[in-house]
Ligand binder design. Structure first.
Ligand SMILES: Nc1ncnc2c1ncn2[C@@H]1O[C@H](COP(=O)(O)OP(=O)(O)OP(=O)(O)O)[C@@H](O)[C@H]1O
Length: 274
């Protein structure tokens, strides 16, 4: 296939996935997004529509812009000095990159789970109650309810219900990650961003987090960066393949893994590079 045909195919493919998305409610609509770290052009003309109540996987080789992209979705990217962006990211219809958009409000709607579990050096209870307390909830009974509901939602309640006052660092890595997911649920987010959430976990903890993601998508929109292609194939509805800061292909996950439109996607998912 020559370059023009590949480009056309990519456009058709992105358009097809975006058209499919239009039938559902979009949670994010990224339009012509470009991002530079100084002079490094890290994201190039990203156009992606992401649906609510689905799992969207972002895959691609190291350094292709996956983490950068999901960090734009809650504007965490602003913490890096000398970052410039152009284009639009609409969250629920409003451009979050526009001056005056309230980032605090955005972060109450968009939670994030990182590669390494990062509980606070506090009790299990306080880890989960922290966000609601910051948002002004002081009533102990309500806090108890939120903590129980969030820990149940993150499928860790049974393992910790008798040790809520113990330090979170006493939990295993997999439990700490589910605690971090519970901490995220406690603020009742709309979207959960996950940046390689299982890469530091053993296979059994990984499976638990994957099962949890499947459960959570009934209520939340989940965007997950993963290096693990089997994981993307197992748990996501749509997959975006990034390469050198571009979206090469964005489609239904089944389509991407069974019949990719672009040779580069095929090469990546069959392990020829990356
Ligand atoms: N804080 C930063 N400052 C400057 N450049 C950065 C920064 N973070 C990332 N980059 C650059 O932006 C590009 C994309 O990086 P990014 O971390 O988004 O890729 P990635 O696909 O998530 O990689 P990995 O899979 O290795 O985590 C790379 O060229 C990287 O060197």
């Amino acid at each position: 296939m020559n370059t023009t045909m590949v480009k056309l195919n990519n456009q058709q493919n992105q358009t097809a996935a975006n058209a499919e998305s239009q039938r559902k409610e979009a949670v994010y609509h990224t339009k012509d997004l470009n991002l530079w770290y100084g002079t490094n052009h890290a994201l190039k003309n990203i156009n992606l529509e992401i649906n609510e109540k689905e799992v969207t996987a972002i895959i691609g080789p190291s350094g292709c812009g996956k983490s950068t992209y999901i960090k734009t979705l809650n504007r965490m990217i602003e913490l890096v000095p000398d970052v410039k962006t152009s284009g639009e990211i609409k969250y629920r219809g409003r451009n979050i990159l526009q001056k005056g958009y309230g980032v605090e409000e955005l972060r109450t709607k968009v939670g994030m789970v990182f590669q390494k579990p990062n509980p606070f050096p506090k009790s299990i209870f306080e880890n989960v109650a922290y966000g609601p307390k910051i948002h002004g909830i002081k009533d102990k009974k309500i806090l108890n309810q939120i903590v129980e509901k969030s820990l149940k939602g993150a499928a860790i309640w049974d393992e910790v219900k008798d040790r809520l006052n113990e330090n979170a660092f006493g939990l295993s890595g997999g439990q700490q990650q589910r605690l971090c997911i519970a901490r995220c649920l406690a603020i009742e987010p709309d979207v959960i961003l996950m940046d390689e959430p299982t890469s530091a976990l053993d296979p059994i903890s990984t499976l638990k987090v994957e099962e949890l993601v499947q459960e959570l998508k009934k209520e939340y929109s989940i965007i997950i960066v993963t290096h693990n292609m089997q994981q993307a194939a197992r748990i996501s509805d749509k997959t975006a393949f990034f390469l050198n800061g571009e979206v090469i292909e964005y489609s239904e996950t089944d389509q991407i893994f069974s019949n990719p439109a672009d040779q580069r996607t095929e090469d990546y998912i069959t392990g020829r590079f990356g």
